[in-house]
Design a protein around this ligand. Structure first.
Ligand code: GLU
Length: 379
């Protein structure tokens, strides 16, 4: 186990470090002492090990709460958005100051799921990040809470950090939270709970266990951290979930100490574009297929043709992501669709050769091409 940690860390250069709200804030606002200590470690590792660090930082809403003298997160979305706006500037000011004192520059990047769903903006974000890394500037990323509402949100910064790790082809994600890692029970309630130091594969049992361990200040809880670790493992990227409140935690991790929980990457990683299809885009509708199409997709790796489609649910447009389900409503695959939902309804059950006659035009023979399809059993 020690060896696997050490050998993983040996090859790490680009690291996404996600820092949770609970780590960054204390009773009276931002925890400046901790932010300073963490930045010192980060600068040390950049210098000594040549690491490239990308921070995904929560803490805007939590810091806004303290700034406005509120004791708990308000229910209303618009108030949370306003708090994020109030807190984000203090958060960046704190980072700017501490990193400057260590001779480093930072840059603020605020993104939404909508931005990364759009392939062009996704690639633009990637180019900007790579330029910043080239300049040795530390990008500090947060969700642009001010402009998003629930259905278009990443939901939590654990998910956002997984997207960023995939987008930047990072070698490791370090998720810093307020507990030591993944436990077999909630350590705050059960003193006999054990830390799980290695997860080879995130099974549904592990996911279920984790989702019963809630977070405190932020939104995620352990469930969303484990889900994010699973998402990046699929891309071949390992994750370490660890306690950001521990002294010199970043240095300890890079010394190969058994800190936190290490999630191993999957041996055959999914290509970045397929990962983007599977995880960045949220499905706009569902297409039900017959047994023949199910076999063609799953057993033979084929595209989805109109002939195998039984029903269409929801409204979607060309290029949107759709979930493909069988008659038992089991999710089979997610893919990018080539036709509008109303057109799929017209051509379903028909041969590809009659698409033009029915619609008066034909973009493609396939409703979803196999290159744009990710099977659920690969997830
Ligand atoms: N974006 C939110 C903030 O900065 C936090 C979301 C999260 O912690 O998952 O306050």
């Amino acid at each position: 186990m020690k060896n696997s940690r050490k050998s993983i860390l040996q090859h790490v250069k680009r690291v996404v470090v996600k820092i949770g709200s609970g780590v960054l804030t204390k009773k009276d606002g931002l925890n400046l002492g901790l932010i300073n200590a963490l930045s010192e470690d980060i600068c040390y590792l950049m210098e000594k090990r040549g690491l490239e660090i990308i921070l995904v930082s929560s803490g805007a809403i939590a810091s806004g709460l303290k700034k406005m003298g509120l004791s708990q997160r308000p229910q209303s979305i618009s108030q949370q958005q306003a708090l994020a706006a109030v807190g984000q500037s203090s958060l960046m000011l704190a980072y700017e100051q501490v990193f400057r004192s260590h001779g480093r520059k930072v840059a603020q990047i605020l993104v939404t799921r909508d931005d990364l769903t759009n392939r062009k903006r996704y690639l633009n974000t990637r180019n900007t990040l790579f330029t910043l890394l080239n300049w040795k500037v530390i990008p500090i990323i947060n969700e642009n809470d001010t402009v998003v509402v629930d259905e278009i949100k990443f939901g939590d910064n654990d998910n956002l950090s997984a997207m960023i790790a995939n987008l930047t082809s990072a070698h490791l994600v370090i998720n810093l939270t307020t507990i030591d890692g993944l436990f077999d029970d909630d350590p705050r309630l059960n003193s006999n709970a054990h830390l799980i130091s290695l997860v080879e594969k995130v099974t549904s049992k592990i996911e279920k266990k984790a989702s019963s361990i809630p977070g405190a200040l932020g939104k995620g809880g352990m469930g969303s951290k484990v889900k994010a670790a699973k998402d990046v493992a699929i891309c071949g990227i390992p994750t370490i979930i660890s306690n950001g409140l521990k002294k010199n935690i970043m240095r300890k991790i890079f010394q190969g100490e058994e800190e936190g929980t290490l999630f191993l990457p999957q041996p055959t990683p999914m290509r970045s574009r397929k990962h983007w299809i599977a995880f960045t885009k949220s499905p706009k509708g569902r297409i039900m297929v017959d047994r023949g199409a199910e076999d063609a997709l799953i057993k033979n790796g084929k595209s989805l043709l109109p002939s195998g489609i039984l029903a269409v649910y929801g409204k979607f447009n060309l290029g949107n992501s759709v979930m493909i389900i069988n008659r038992e409503e089991k999710s089979l695959a997610v893919g990018l669709v080539n036709y509008h939902s109303t057109d799929v309804e017209k051509i379903m059950g028909q041969k590809s050769s009659s698409i033009e006659k029915i619609l008066g035009y034909k973009h493609y023979d396939e409703v979803v091409h196999k290159d744009n399809l990710v099977l659920m059993n690969n997830l």
